[in-house]
Ligand binder design. Structure first.
Ligand code: ASN
Length: 534
């Protein structure tokens, strides 16, 4: 693998842009299927059969092996990697493939499969800039929703995709879906679990499958796409991107127990006993009720249906009201919905059924969860899965010769330089766009500047507002590297608390600094193994 130093001496300027690394995780689905006597079934060997022969997935450069972690003990294995040709954004994406032992038609995935995906991402989190998960479309919206909750304080893009026709068929949507997912994961710091399909990037927990055959198979009825691909560029709606705003590193919650939850669709004339029978299933802890329109069920306050639901809530079962409609929200707009609310049924607002079911399974799996706590958290947004009331939006008048983006970024740079926390906050508050992941001519973000700035509180403030710790500047450096290089122990600590880690490309240089005159304790906190701590 070319080292940072050799890359810096390369005479071709475009090669100086840091290459990004993406791990493709293959779980199955039509995208990797081949024909058989029993119909389409998933087939192994995707990298060799489907990716290596295609010029848009393989620039035929020297195929550096990349390391991947294969188990919870941290066992590393070197696997083949391929690299894309240079993108419209002057960057190449190097990727490796990790194929699960058993590839599934996604109709058979369950919570154990979600665990396997979450663990694979967790084990390999520090080795890659982003992740692409290949998955069947049938249960894709469920898996996206489940993972959005299971991956806590996610700081890197995780993009799930699949296709309606296999990659090995002459006419397919697989190639576009996979290539776009790879490019987005390798270029744009969107720290969310996303679903990419038919030129659109969606927040995963907002999606639902709407067609069994069209290429336009997914919709996100209550939230616009996070990005759209056009012939010219990828248009990211940065103002929509969700970011964790607490200073905690990435972690996962596994073992969602879907056997404790159920989903029922109300229909005209439905017998209340049916609902009662489900609510009395042994071990049931939560129910998603798909109701009519804005959240209505048949019957009034004293009806058998309402009494059954109220009694179940009293027994500690969490019941969540979501709409059968494709879009819109449930609320106490009509009397029947209000009656349900009074009976203790939670208003699921504009949650999809997929998000509601997996969120309920996630919350019930958290240690020490109580029905009251679960009911409370079902109504608030944990990962942007539901629309909370709108926030106030401030805007300063703009003038000057720089574009508004650059003038705000420059002003922010001066505040950081002066250590002026209030000044930095004022600029960000008055800025309608997402400024904290913007970068200057050197690809330095405000976090890069704050990482060596005189006031560590500014750095902390940026992280609490959801700024990414993983973006790299033109030299390929993370903010953590810069802080450690400057010997700033407090800055290094807060960055690692927020989940920052050195990029694999930086490790060799970091080790060199730690061994030759740098502050070994600071480098050790930054994650250089072997550097003396304390
Ligand atoms: N049955 C397939 C699956 O979900 C459908 C697809 O991927 N298009 O695995």
């Amino acid at each position: 693998m070319p080292s940072r130093l050799s890359r810096q001496m390369d005479p071709f300027p475009e090669l100086q842009l840091p290459e990004s690394r993406v791990l493709i995780i293959i779980t199955g689905g039509t995208i990797c299927m081949r024909r058989s006597d029993d119909g389409l079934i998933p087939a192994k060997g995707f990298l060799r059969a489907a990716l290596a022969p295609r010029p848009s997935f393989n620039d035929n450069s020297y195929q550096d092996p990349l390391e991947i972690v294969t188990d919870d003990k941290g066992t590393r294995k070197a696997v083949q990697s391929l690299r894309t040709p240079i993108s419209a954004y002057d960057r190449r994406v190097r990727y490796s493939v990790l194929e699960f032992d058993e590839l599934l038609d996604s109709s058979s995935i369950d919570a154990a499969g979600w665990d396997q995906i979450a663990r694979t991402i967790y084990r390999n989190y520090q080795l890659f800039d982003g992740f692409v998960v290949l998955h069947g479309t049938d249960s894709l919206a469920y898996t996206c929703s489940a993972l959005s909750f299971m991956l806590q304080n996610l700081g890197k893009p995780v993009i799930l995709t699949g296709s309606q026709a296999p990659m090995m068929e002459l006419q397919n949507d697989a190639q576009d879906n996979l290539l776009s997912s790879l490019i987005i994961a390798g270029h744009f710091m969107i720290p969310e679990v996303c679903l990419f399909f038919n030129f659109k990037l969606f927040r995963g927990n907002r999606t639902t499958k709407v067609s069994a055959e069209d290429f336009d198979a997914f919709a996100s009825p209550n939230l616009r796409p996070l990005a759209q691909i056009s012939s010219l560029r990828t248009n990211v709606q940065w103002n929509l991107v969700y970011r964790p705003t607490t200073v905690h590193p990435f972690s996962i919650q596994t073992k969602l127990d879907t056997s404790h939850v159920a989903c029922l669709r109300i229909f005209p004339g439905m017998k209340p006993e049916m609902v009662d029978a489900v609510l009395r299933l042994e071990g049931l802890k939560g129910l998603i009720l798909e109701t009519f329109g804005a959240g209505n069920t048949p019957g009034g306050p004293d009806s058998a249906m309402t009494q059954i639901l109220a009694a179940a809530v009293k027994r500690g079962i969490v019941i969540v009201n979501v709409t059968q409609c494709l879009s819109g929200s449930v609320s106490p707009l009509y009397a029947p919905g209000t009656v349900l609310g009074r009976a203790g049924v939670v208003f699921g607002q504009d949650l999809t059924s997929e998000a509601a079911l997996t969120k309920l399974a996630y919350l019930l799996a958290l240690p020490e969860s109580t029905p009251e706590e679960v009911a409370k958290r079902m109504c608030i947004s944990l990962r942007g899965e539901l629309t909370e009331t709108t926030r106030t939006h401030f805007e300063h008048p703009k003038n000057g010769s720089l574009t508004p983006e650059l003038s705000s970024l420059t002003a922010l740079g001066y505040s950081i330089q002066a250590g002026d926390l209030q000044g930095a906050r004022d600029i960000i508050r008055g800025e309608p766009r997402w400024l904290l992941n913007d970068a200057d001519y050197n690809l330095s973000t405000p976090v890069h500047l704050a990482a060596t700035g005189r006031n560590v509180d500014i750095l902390k403030d940026f992280l609490e507002q959801g700024a990414s710790v993983h973006l790299r500047n033109r030299e390929g450096h993370t903010p953590l590297y810069l802080a450690a290089h400057a010997g700033l122990a407090g800055h290094v600590q807060i960055l690692t608390d927020a989940g920052a880690h050195l990029h694999s490309d930086e490790m060799a240089a970091a080790r060199l600094h730690a061994e030759s005159g740098g502050d070994a304790a600071v480098w050790a906190t930054a994650g250089v193994s072997g550097a003396a701590a304390g």
